[in-house]
Write a protein that binds this ligand. Sequence first.
Ligand code: SF4
Ligand code: SF4
Length: 464
Amino acid sequence: MSVQDEIQNSFRDSISTIDEQGKRVFIHPKKPTGRFFNRRLIVGWVLLAILFGIPFIKYNGESYFMVDVIHRKFIFFGVHFWPQDSYLFAITMISLLVGIVLFTAVYGRLWCGWACPQTIFMEILFRPVEYLIDGDSKDQRRLRNASWTFEKIWKRIVKNFIFVVISIVITNALLAWVIGIDEVLKIVAEPISEHLTGFIVMLIFSGFLFFIYSWFREQVCTILCPYGRIQGVLLDVNSIIVSYDYKRGEPRGKAKDGQPAGDCIDCGQCVQVCPTGIDIRNGTQLECINCTACIDACDSVMDKVKKPRGLIRFASEKEISEGAKFKITPRMIGYSTLLLALMVFLTVLIFGRNDLETTILRTPGMLYQQQDDDRISNLYNIKIINKTIDTVNVELKLLSHKGEINLVKGVVKIKPSTIYEDVFFLKIDPKELKAKRSEIEIGIYMGNKLIETKELTFIGDKDK
Ligand code: SF4
Ligand code: SF4
């Protein structure tokens, strides 16, 4: 690598949020405006509405969504999932992992700038408060460097108070996903002393959020986030990312040495709006979260200098280097189809799952009993999980032989999301049996609908 190349690549030796002494450099990005920002606002508010609104949606008196890891109760779209459904969880995780790889390979880090909670909370909730109280980037910088004047003190108090309130609201919203909105409202209404442990946990979590959004900020993306770290191996020259068109933009600035200048006027607007403090003109960087703020900034500059928009745009490295226009490639179609197929597969798995899950085992230590009517009986333990949110009536029918099933408790009526346990006698006429050990089949019915069938072993002496 030449000295010139080394100088040009020196930005890769450090990150913009840490200075040469290792101290934190605070980024104060300029307030973004533009068409991409407006779209991001819409997406962000829709996602926030989902986060805050979904816990209020009920179906049959139950939460429509719930991720209660404490009590191992999971509800998605009103469908209950049990620890027994953990295979679905495993498949979901694997699909998610494959999905992330495919999605990033095609669409780059779109998730980070448009849907990641870190970005949404920061850019839609916290940052606007900061702009409102502290002003735009210049005022923010002035205030940071100012001594503790009355203005700085009241602004810091008000801003941090609102940050604390937002952090508490987010914590409660997340808690509502875990324990349900009714429980959260109940806890809020009751004295703290009755929920001291929970209160302390909430306080710690709210404090953590406050720390992240008031101080740590973009470092989550540039230092902590594993997704950001593995991008280097997920992206390739065909991935669509926020790119600077160096072919069109360089040489930047004014024309010199008789060489005509490129379209980049070197105004630095793209750097000033960047929430991670990088210069996209240096090429793809780990810190870029694809937020598109630099696209908007540069487009407005291009409008002013009467040049076409898109000097910074969504494009692959190949498109930029070959000067080609954006086009949908077979690879994009292939990966997107695979992603769609994965999602369909998961949806079919999740919604095609049985409403009941039945386990039947022979009662240990019992062989068979001879009944007064000469029939032979075996004793079984049965456990049925009702995965629905309705009370269900279940019936057991012997499918493979003529016989009778006598449940000790009688009628099988299972409340929503509960487990029914019982024992039952299965009585069969020995004439029906062909061997000492017979395979029999039992059907589990809800009304007239056969939900599942179970294969059991029946022990009985056919010669009796
Ligand atoms: S905003 Fe556009 S014109 Fe200005 S420095 Fe950035 S790339 Fe160049
Ligand atoms: S370089 Fe552009 S897209 Fe990337 S983080 Fe900065 S402003 Fe956002």
